[in-house]
Design a protein around this ligand. Structure first.
Ligand SMILES: [Zn+2]
Ligand SMILES: [Zn+2]
Length: 269
């Protein structure tokens, strides 16, 4: 029995348990390693790269880890939904590598990332415009000074909005389960680094012709700190187009990346 049919033959409870355990291990391994490196092992070596000088209190970590576990359970529920959709032929997904070219496999991965980036920007933007949606999104914003464990620290309702992209996109986009899993892992890695509280890119990064379109940890850190601006996830396309980057973004980035202490005042857009 290959891995595909093994997954499809599991009982719903066994599948839920297995996917929860897999997602939890992946999350706590990635976020845990980043936390251990930056907040424990090399704390003093990396201190000049800390975006906000203060370190979060223990109770913030407790809240974030509890919320992350709930998010993982909700995400596993959605993995079960995707499995149900696949079994019943409701998706455009394919499992036979021969069905599409390897070029399409690569393109579908990048398309997933680009479409997820657009979905996230508009969902996130809407959450900041609507008072009703903000009630849920406010939970993520309790982490004023984010840590690697802020990445999945959502209100359960927001977790549903966050993951809904995946069952929706597979209705129309022919993707292989591996491309989908790779996009999920990329998303998690990017989120953990974006919430790490540390700037990892070098000074001058935002002047590079192509690289400048990639969002930096400072970009999302400013969003947690100041609120209404810097809404984007992976790329800066939508924030640039909609003029929602904080006016001081490049200046703040340069100050952290060149190890000068950051400014604290805030000028909107
Ligand atoms: Zn937000
Ligand atoms: Zn965040």
């Amino acid at each position: 029995m290959d891995s595909q049919s093994f997954v499809l033959n599991l009982t719903p409870i066994a599948f839920l348990t297995l996917s929860s355990v897999f997602m939890a291990i992946r999350y706590f391994l990635i976020a845990g390693i980043v936390f251990w490196l930056f907040y424990k092992l090399f704390r003093s070596q990396f201190i000049s790269r800390k975006i906000q000088t203060a370190f979060p209190k223990r109770r913030q970590f407790k809240r974030e880890i509890t919320s992350s576990v709930i998010t993982i359970l909700i995400f596993s529920g959605f993995a079960l939904l995707i499995r149900y959709m696949r079994i019943n032929g409701f998706t455009a997904m394919y499992t036979d590598f021969e069905a599409y070219s390897s070029l399409w496999f690569v393109c579908s991965f990048f398309l997933l990332i680009l479409l997820h980036d657009a979905y996230f920007y508009w969902m996130h933007f809407a959450m900041h415009q609507s008072r009703w949606l903000m009630k849920f999104h406010a939970h993520h914003h309790k982490s004023f000074n984010p840590t690697p464990f802020t990445s999945l620290s959502f209100h359960p309702v927001e977790s549903v909005f966050e993951i809904a992209f995946f069952p929706l996109i597979i209705l129309i986009l022919p993707v292989h389960p591996i491309a989908l899993a790779l996009a999920g892992t990329w998303s998690l890695l990017f989120n953990v680094l974006g919430h790490s509280g540390y700037e990892l890119f070098r000074s001058g990064f935002l002047e590079r012709p192509l690289l400048k379109w990639l969002n930096t940890p400072t970009h999302h850190n400013m969003h947690h700190r100041f609120g209404n601006g810097n809404y984007g996830l992976y790329f800066n396309f939508w924030d640039t187009l909609m003029k929602t980057n904080f006016k001081n973004y490049k200046r703040d980035f340069e100050r952290v990346a060149s190890s000068k202490k950051i400014i604290t005042e805030h000028t909107k857009f």
